[in-house]
Write a protein that binds this ligand. Structure first.
Ligand SMILES: Cc1cc2nc3c(=O)[nH]c(=O)nc-3n(C[C@H](O)[C@H](O)[C@H](O)COP(=O)(O)O)c2cc1C
Length: 416
């Protein structure tokens, strides 16, 4: 087994699954099952694109380890006969769950129709779905698939005209929240993609073709649906130009042009709610609040941009402490279970976004996948809340951070 294969066979946290769950058909027991099933169903270059991170994938690992290191102490004799209330208010809206789907570019690589499946599953459950700039269907189509639950993620590229047009299109389509991603000044150096020769357009190398032949269901479904394309950016490619030009348009989306002045311009232009995604430093968080954003999203882009980046969960306490107590903070990166969602909320996040598990879900189960992932994570979160005595999400946020310390002497036994 090559070193590389060895690495892929490990979980994100570097441990080895006890059993090879490739053969599990349904239902999935956990996010790791989904990942292994996804790996067995889609070509390697597609799996590596969605599973991988930048460099040696240390940031990816660190994000997971931060959750694994964190424990939550159970509380007992809290009547939990009734299920806990998972509903939650965030960014002026009522959500049925305190977690949602983070923006995921090129999801059509996981399975054809993935964008729509993600959007519809979120809409059906009253959960959040963030439509990415590099979606494989248009932001207008995806708004229709999730008319009340969708937010739009914006990449600010080299061309101010394209940025302005994307904002205008989001507004016309009815989006009321813009998520500006701030952590892509340069494309991430993703070694798996580079080794696979993965890029747009897909180059039909011998290895890619062999890969496609090994995964006939994905290949046929993709051939029928058409190769995944950057649907939102297509109008900006030169008329008559092929995917290469589109790829150039996409590359220009990581131009480093975004700065505080550009953000201020977006703030003036956009009347809806504004979220800044990719914050990891308390100084940037403070500046974002001053710039008038409505929320920040702590994120290291799933470890896909900068391998030296810290784990989002590790920086959350310092950012929480630096901001006004009620300022909304979302977090993503390394969340793989309902218990992880609870850990993030408990540590001070107001909302949690999740990426890869939803892509594993759609690769593993097709259009039904995202719904399966939502339901699995919601059940895990509810059980974790029963274990820790939380009856509602507000309860976690109220007591999680400011849990009453034991009064001095509280442990002395009463006199007999
Ligand atoms: C395949 C893939 C594509 C992504 N595309 C985008 C994107 O287009 N825009 C964006 O802001 N973040 C993007 N991200 C980052 C996610 O929004 C999020 O930060 C990250 O996936 C969270 O980590 P997790 O996958 O461990 O949950 C992408 C992540 C993955 C895995």
């Amino acid at each position: 087994m090559s070193l590389r294969t060895e690495r892929i066979n490990l979980r994100h946290d570097g441990t080895r699954p006890q059993h090879d769950t490739d053969f599990i058909v349904r239902p999935p027991i956990c996010a790791d099952d989904l990942r292994l099933r996804a790996r067995s169903r889609i070509p390697r270059f597609a799996f590596d694109y969605l599973d991988g991170g930048a460099g040696a994938e240390d940031a990816l690992l660190r994000s997971r380890q931060a959750f694994r290191r964190t424990s939550l102490t159970p509380r007992i004799l809290v009547n939990s006969a009734e299920p806990a209330d998972l509903s939650h208010r965030f960014l002026g809206r009522d959500w049925s769950l305190p977690f949602g789907i983070t923006p995921l570019g090129l999801p059509g690589l996981a399975w054809p129709g993935a964008d729509r499946a993600l959007a519809k599953a979120a809409e059906a459950r009253g959960a959040a779905y963030v439509c990415p700039t590099p979606a494989t269907e248009t932001l207008e189509e995806l708004r229709l698939a999730a008319p009340t639950r969708s937010l739009f993620q914006l990449y600010v590229g080299a061309s101010p005209d394209i940025t302005q047009d994307l904002i205008a299109r989001a507004e016309r389509a009815g989006y009321d929240t813009l998520v500006v991603t701030a952590d892509v000044p340069r494309p991430g150096k993703r070694l798996r993609d580079l080794r696979n020769g993965f890029g747009l357009p897909l180059k039909p190398t011998a290895a890619t073709l062999a890969d496609l032949v090994r995964r006939p269901r994905w290949s046929l479904a993709t051939a029928r649906a058409g190769a995944p394309r950057l649907a939102n950016l297509a109008p900006y490619a030169k008329a008559g130009a092929g995917a290469r030009t589109l790829a150039e348009v996409m590359a220009a989306q990581s131009s480093g042009r975004l700065d505080w002045a550009v953000l201020a311009g977006i703030r003036r232009r956009w009347g809806g709610r504004l979220v800044l995604k990719g914050v990891l430093d308390p100084r940037d968080a403070i500046r974002a609040v001053e710039a008038g954003v409505d929320a920040i999203q702590i994120s290291n882009h799933g470890g896909r941009q900068f391998d030296a980046a810290p784990a989002p969960l590790d920086v959350l306490p310092s950012i929480r402490a630096a901001l006004p107590p009620d300022f909304p903070i979302a977090l993503d990166g390394g969340v793989r279970s309902g218990e992880d969602v609870l850990k993030a909320l408990h540590a001070g996040a107001d909302f949690v976004f999740i990426g890869r598990p939803f892509l594993y879900g759609v690769a593993a189960y097709g259009p039904a996948g995202p719904g399966i992932v939502f339901d699995m994570l919601a059940a895990e979160l509810e059980a974790a809340m029963a274990m820790t005595g939380y009856r509602s999400v507000a309860d976690i946020r109220r007591t999680g951070l400011n849990r009453e310390p034991l009064a001095a002497g509280a442990w002395t036994l009463p006199e007999a």
